[in-house]
Design a protein around this ligand. Structure first.
Ligand SMILES: [Cu+2]
Length: 333
């Protein structure tokens, strides 16, 4: 029977055990310090209380050994806290290669989730047991925060950039997630469920919900937005080709370099003049207002998928349908 008062949420991810161990360490250390301070406080109050007739307090100028003890002891304990905390923080900040990619967009007041194979969900996340999952998150409006208590992971989701969070679920089940950054009237309703599934069930779920992959959707957008007019292989190119771009370090016009990660590609679509590649003119128009956050994720997925020699050819350019002819109208009386 579940206890009516739950002190601790379930532990359902690898990192949760480490976070809890550190938390209990901090609790014990601060508990010992608090008990020590209060015991001495009460003991000294009684032992050295003022008696009648008043005796002058002896003048104490210092006690070097005592001072060394109470300076070095907390210092060493704090160092342990720092080392332990930094280790966990670094582990949380570095998603392993090969993690399952999920893209999350927060907006007032819902979470929209896209899988790399194109499955989409709202306020639900389906993931397999035992495999690392990496979330790439952004917000469409204000600051939100994606928090899964059972995984002990949370991150502020900021508009205008991508942030990352990852975890390896270790126990199958359904867990709540919340927005834990006050974001307006229905903030409390901005919540949902993470379903940690058996890998076989997860695969079945993927198949059931499958749509075009994110990269394919991105390719459609790429053609539709006429990106291919300039980002094309051969002498007609007016902008760099995008194959093998993702993750590369690129030289910039005016000096310096940039790593072509999600945030760089996002910026280059919305604010193309910010970091122009060396050797190219700053002629690209902004696509701000024409592409949503979800479109951006699709475009990035497409660019990510482009290997050597996979730049689309000009003849793949989508031809817009011809405008409806009005010849018949003129014929009618
Ligand atoms: Cu929110």
């Amino acid at each position: 029977m579940p206890s009516p008062v739950e002190l601790f949420p379930a532990r359902a991810a690898e990192i949760a055990y480490h976070v809890d161990a550190l938390f209990f360490f901090l609790l014990i250390v601060t508990g010992i310090a608090a008990v020590g301070v209060f015991t001495l406080l009460i003991f000294f109050s009684v032992r050295y209380r003022r008696r009648t007739p008043p005796r002058p307090t002896p003048r104490i100028t210092g006690h070097i050994r005592l001072e060394l003890f109470w300076t070095t002891t907390p210092f060493l304990v704090f160092l342990v806290m720092f080392w332990w905390g930094a280790r966990i923080y670094l582990a949380m900040a570095q998603p392993p290669a090969g993690a399952i990619d999920l893209y999350v967009v927060g907006k007032q007041w819902m979470w929209k989730v896209q899988h790399a194979q194109g499955q989409r969900e709202i306020n639900e996340v389906h993931i397999p047991l035992g495999q690392p999952v990496k979330l790439t998150l952004t917000s469409e409006d204000v600051i939100h925060d994606f928090f899964v208590p059972a995984f002990r992971t949370k991150i502020d989701v900021v508009p205008g950039r991508y942030v990352y969070e990852w975890f390896t679920p270790t126990v199958a089940g359904t867990y709540h997630f919340f927005c834990s950054q006050y974001c307006g009237t229905n903030h409390a309703g901005m919540r949902g469920e993470v379903y940690v599934m058996d890998p076989a069930d997860y695969q079945q779920w993927l198949n059931l919900k499958s749509e075009g992959s994110l990269a394919l959707e991105g390719r459609k957008l790429f053609l539709q937005l006429q990106c291919i007019t300039c980002h094309v292989a051969g002498p007609k190119a007016r902008a760099p080709i995008l194959e093998s771009l993702y993750g590369a370090t690129i030289p910039l016009r005016g000096g310096g370099t940039a790593v072509a990660d999600d945030n760089y590609i996002r910026e280059s679509i919305l604010n193309p003049q910010a970091k122009v590649v060396m050797g190219w003119e700053p002629i690209m128009p902004t696509f701000e207002g024409q592409v949503s956050e979800e479109d951006l994720i699709k475009l990035i997925a497409y660019i990510k998928s482009l290997g050597p020699g996979q730049t689309p050819q000009r003849n793949e350019e989508s031809v817009p349908p011809p405008p409806p002819t009005e010849t018949k109208k003129t014929e009618s009386p």
